[in-house]
Design a protein around this ligand. Structure first.
Ligand SMILES: Cc1cc2nc3c(=O)[nH]c(=O)nc-3n(C[C@H](O)[C@H](O)[C@H](O)COP(=O)(O)OP(=O)(O)OC[C@H]3O[C@@H](n4cnc5c(N)ncnc54)[C@H](O)[C@@H]3O)c2cc1C
Length: 411
């Protein structure tokens, strides 16, 4: 098909984010005509904001275990066909400097702009057309003699175009998900899926701070800014990482990770001394420092402000008593709390601050090879709109690259 002739393209991609751009490059390399339509004024906003501006673009250690989905096997095919090493090869070709941080996470040394610049350069090299400020008015499946399968009606606010029709043989929905609406988060992809009869699984905020009501909220407020290494578990999953108290509740990598498994009304168990048996420690402190008060004896193990708050909730009646006066039963109870503080968050901070959206287009509706909808030939879903969500650490971008690549080979 001739590039854009009469508004006709082989592939029209909705959304110029991570998945949409990688898909566009892969498809255009095959010689097909590709148009990317972006709702907002800029492309790749989440890439630019990611990883604190340094984009944690992938991870050295990727497996299906790093993803949450109602079908844990669905992501395997795409991840195996475009791996972290394939993306790293591209990054190397563009001589982008990157560094490895904890747990194999790869970040740009300079700026996330390097990653977006690389993707846009590849788009240009292979003739991808990108239009911003696009509002999709309607999308219909059609049958024509010219081979188009879909008719789109759009408006383009920066060009004063009230309405225009475009035709595509394939449509790729890469509109992302609900998280952070100011960075382009939208529910459009789910609407399109439903329009074509595809099931959409319930959605919720993921990789998100958790909040508390009542006294626990007050405690978090007092401790806001304090962080420590913990082990946090919920729903049969456990993460060892840093916890950060905030003025609304708890955050930090440990909490963002576990938030993918947390459900409202569920409790978290937080081990504040992951490398120690706290009961044994307290018993030996009692033997070694019988005249010391517990908060002083615990000072080498915790930030001072945290010990004061823990004292308030677990041993305020004995705050100025020497350890010798603590019964063994009492020390056991305190130790068990230190190794397993059970907390029930009242809610997550929601989509405003969530890095990702859990749930989405049901993977049973899509081919795991091509991301094409089983019920609608020529319609593809990639990236975060699909019910595949990664852990913190570059996994969400890798899913965007891998699923984008998978669809790019078939559109
Ligand atoms: C603050 C923040 C930091 C993050 N940091 C990391 C990180 O370091 N590493 C990591 O792996 N993941 C990170 N993530 C998650 C990662 O950004 C997403 O998982 C990833 O961007 C998803 O890619 P996507 O292409 O599916 O969606 P997006 O990147 O969100 O792209 C979707 C695009 O579609 C556009 N769009 C929406 N609706 C329409 C419409 N109707 N028509 C046309 N276009 C539309 C949007 O404007 C957007 O440009 C972060 C997320 C956030 C919010």
């Amino acid at each position: 098909m001739i590039m854009g002739e009469g508004g006709r393209y082989d592939v029209i991609i909705l959304g110029a984010g991570a998945a949409g751009l990688l898909c566009a490059i892969t498809a255009a390399k095959r010689g097909v005509s590709v148009l990317v339509l972006e709702k907002s004024n800029k492309v790749g906003k989440k890439i630019l904001m990611s990883g604190g501006g340094r984009c944690n673009f992938t991870n050295r250690y990727i497996s299906a275990d790093n993803f949450v989905s109602s079908n844990p096997h669905f992501c395997k095919s795409a991840l195996a066909r475009f791996t972290q090493w394939d993306f790293i090869d591209m990054v190397d070709r563009y001589k982008i400097q990157y560094e490895e941080r904890k747990h194999g996470q790869l970040f740009c040394v300079n700026s996330a702009k390097d990653i977006l610049g690389m993707l846009l350069c590849e788009c240009e090299k292979f003739g991808v057309q990108i239009k911003t400020h696009i509002e999709l008015v309607s999308l219909k499946s059609i049958t024509t003699t010219k081979g188009a399968s879909f008719k789109l009606s759009i408006t383009q606010s920066n060009q004063g175009i009230n309405r225009r029709e475009l035709f595509g043989k394939s449509i790729v929905v890469a509109t992302g998900a609900l998280s952070v609406p100011t960075l382009g988060g939208s529910g459009k992809g789910y609407d399109i899926a439903k329009q074509f009869g595809l099931r959409v699984r319930p959605r919720s905020a993921g990789l998100v701070p958790l909040m508390f009501d009542g006294p626990m909220k007050e405690l978090c407020k007092v401790l806001s800014g304090v962080s420590l290494e913990v082990e946090v578990s919920c729903g049969g999953k456990m993460f060892s990482e840093k916890l950060l108290f905030t003025h609304r509740g708890i955050s930090g990598p440990a909490i963002l990770q576990i938030s993918n498994y947390w459900q409202p009304d569920c409790a978290l168990e937080i081990n504040l001394m992951p490398s120690l048996d706290a009961v044994k420690l307290l018993q030996s402190l009692k033997k070694e420092q019988p005249s010391s008060v517990l908060r002083i004896a615990l000072r080498p193990h915790f930030p001072k402000a945290l010990v004061l708050e823990l004292q308030q909730i677990w041993w305020s009646d004995l705050d100025d008593r020497p350890l010798a006066e603590f019964t063994n039963k009492r020390l056991e109870a305190i130790g068990r709390n230190l190794n397993g503080w059970v907390l029930k968050p009242s809610a997550s901070e929601g989509y405003r601050t969530a890095e990702v959206t859990l749930g989405g287009v049901d993977t049973n509706e899509l081919s795991s090879q091509s991301m094409e909808a089983k019920r609608q030939a020529g319609l593809f879903f990639i990236g975060e709109v699909v019910d595949v969500t990664g852990h913190l650490g570059g996994f969400n971008f890798q899913w965007a690259w891998s699923s984008g690549h998978a669809a790019g080979l078939f559109v």
